[in-house]
Write a protein that binds this ligand. Structure first.
Ligand code: PHE
Length: 489
């Protein structure tokens, strides 16, 4: 609750203004005169901060304004000039009076027919044949007089003046014709109670200066309390995209789980993308329909570790038969998964244990649609150690997805050339009541680990789709809403 003694700014000015006057008839006009924003002050009063000091009574006011149809009339009702003119020449006896049509037409010009039409519609006038000369006869002078009143009211509203008493029937008519419309504006009268008059507003210090601190004066002064609920203006500032925020969140999860981040290369040799991963040289994933091969450079050097290349060649030829060629392994590609980084890391580790992750971009020659792009991100992870099992793998993944809010996972057996067993990962997505595929995982085969120098070790590893997670987390249905130059979330 606001401490009245520590008020500052507009609220304080308002309270000081009230202290000088016991009664306020219209809060609206007070605000207008004193330069306060009515809604702000009204909110201040409604907050209850002045309860017990000020009594507030609502009296709403009806005000009138011209409609678009009223606006175009330029302050003159159709019918009025003629009514006014006729009344000048007409006594109270309604029926006998008429004026020469030619004269009226000359006086009113092009407005004549409009005016005549308006009065005729109310059966106030009619055309008659006089002695050889047509005339306008007054049938009901009361209607003509009503026009005078209507005009006065209409003119007052057009000019924004305060309306006199006794205008109800004119207002009703003007409203029926669609010339004016009513608005109800809330207003309040205030009774300022003695408690407020006698309130002594102290001096409140709103900024703590170095002088106040050095002199020790800060102990004596009344410091305005810091209001953490105060509204501040919205600023349109630059910020990370959703995908970047997602990457940061996932990075934090793995760092907290004790993983180190690893990275690799977007342009890779087929060796690290396929051969080191025990993927046969005639595997369909290697075809140009799936993998982007570079025109320049067309090849990349094989690893300097000639023994590694030799071991990879042997394991391929022993298991798949045929001839394993360095030419195929040297082809330069855009990496199709981040398991390239893992393979490089395993080769570096040479049998040491560790936990590593990466969140990096991969490329596949896919048909682009609302949920597929030719480039996307994978969350790669590998744990190298002893006695690791499918249970370990499921445990890491369950823990990770739980941190993101996916509480229920399912695992399905699948096939990868480099893992055995291999598990596809599905997460339950409650808004759609479905299990959605989120990744692929497994335990690396000996045929892969051995040539890389980690034959003694057990591993669990995974590659998860980042965009899929981001779409589920943020309820995005099209990838193009998440990636690219025009993101409007
Ligand atoms: N590389 C696999 C993919 O892209 C994912 C994976 C990584 C599977 C590690 C098993 C182990 O789908």
């Amino acid at each position: 609750m606001l401490n009245l003694l520590q008020l500052t700014g507009k609220q304080r000015q308002f309270v000081e203004l009230l202290q000088g006057q016991p009664r306020v008839e219209s809060l609206r006009s007070l605000c207008a005169q004193a330069g306060f924003d009515f809604n702000f002050i009204n909110g201040f009063l409604r907050s209850g901060a002045l309860d017990g000091y000020v009594q507030r009574q609502e009296h709403s006011q009806q005000t009138w304004a011209l409609t678009a149809k009223g606006e175009v009339l330029d302050g003159v009702l159709p019918g009025f000039p003629l009514a006014d003119r006729l009344l000048q020449g007409v006594g109270d006896a309604d029926t006998e009076n008429f004026a020469s049509r030619a004269t009226l037409q000359a006086e009113l010009g092009s407005a004549f027919s409009l005016n005549y039409g308006a009065l005729r519609r109310e059966q106030a006038v009619d055309l008659v044949d006089g002695d050889g000369e047509g005339g306008v006869a007054v049938l009901k002078s009361s209607v003509l007089r009503a026009y005078q009143k209507r005009q006065a009211v209409f003119a007052a509203i057009s000019a924004g003046e305060v309306l006199a008493e006794g205008t109800a029937s004119s207002l009703e008519w003007l409203q029926q014709q669609g010339y004016i419309t009513s608005r109800v504006e809330a207003d309040y009268s205030l009774t300022v109670l003695p408690a407020l008059q006698s309130l002594e507003l102290g001096d409140v210090v709103t900024s703590l200066t170095s002088e106040l601190i050095l002199s020790g004066q800060w102990r004596q002064v009344d410091l305005k309390p810091y209001d953490i609920h105060a509204e501040v203006p919205d600023l349109a500032y630059g910020r990370p995209t959703i995908l970047t925020q997602c990457i940061q969140r996932i990075r934090d999860i793995f760092l907290n789980m004790g993983f180190d981040e690893m990275s690799g290369y977007m342009v890779e040799s087929a060796f690290w993308n396929f051969d080191a991963l025990f993927t046969p040289q005639d595997h369909p994933a290697r075809e140009v329909q799936d993998t982007f091969y570079l025109a320049n450079p067309q090849t990349l050097p094989l690893p300097e570790d000639a023994a590694l290349v030799q071991r990879v060649k042997q394991v391929h030829e022993a298991n798949y038969g045929g001839q394993w060629t360095e030419a195929e392994a040297s082809r330069a590609i855009l990496r199709a998964h981040t398991t390239t980084s893992t393979a490089r890391r395993l080769h570096q580790l040479q049998g040491q244990g560790g936990k590593y992750f990466s969140i990096d971009r991969v490329f596949r020659n896919e048909t682009v649609d609302r949920t597929h792009l030719a480039e996307f991100h994978q969350i790669e992870g590998v744990v190298v150690g002893e006695l690791l099992s499918v249970r370990t793998l499921m445990g890491y993944l369950t823990y990770f997805y739980e941190r993101l809010g996916f509480k229920d996972l399912k695992f399905k057996p699948t096939y990868n050339p480099y893992t055995e067993p291999s598990l596809e990962v599905f997460a339950y997505h409650s808004p759609s009541d479905r299990y959605i595929e989120v990744g692929n995982s497994g335990l690396f085969r000996q045929e892969m680990l051995e040539p890389l120098g980690c034959g003694e070790k057990a591993t669990v590893a995974w590659g998860l789709g980042l965009e899929r997670i981001a779409m589920l987390l943020y309820g995005v249905e099209k990838l193009s809403d998440l990636i690219g130059p025009d993101i409007r979330l």
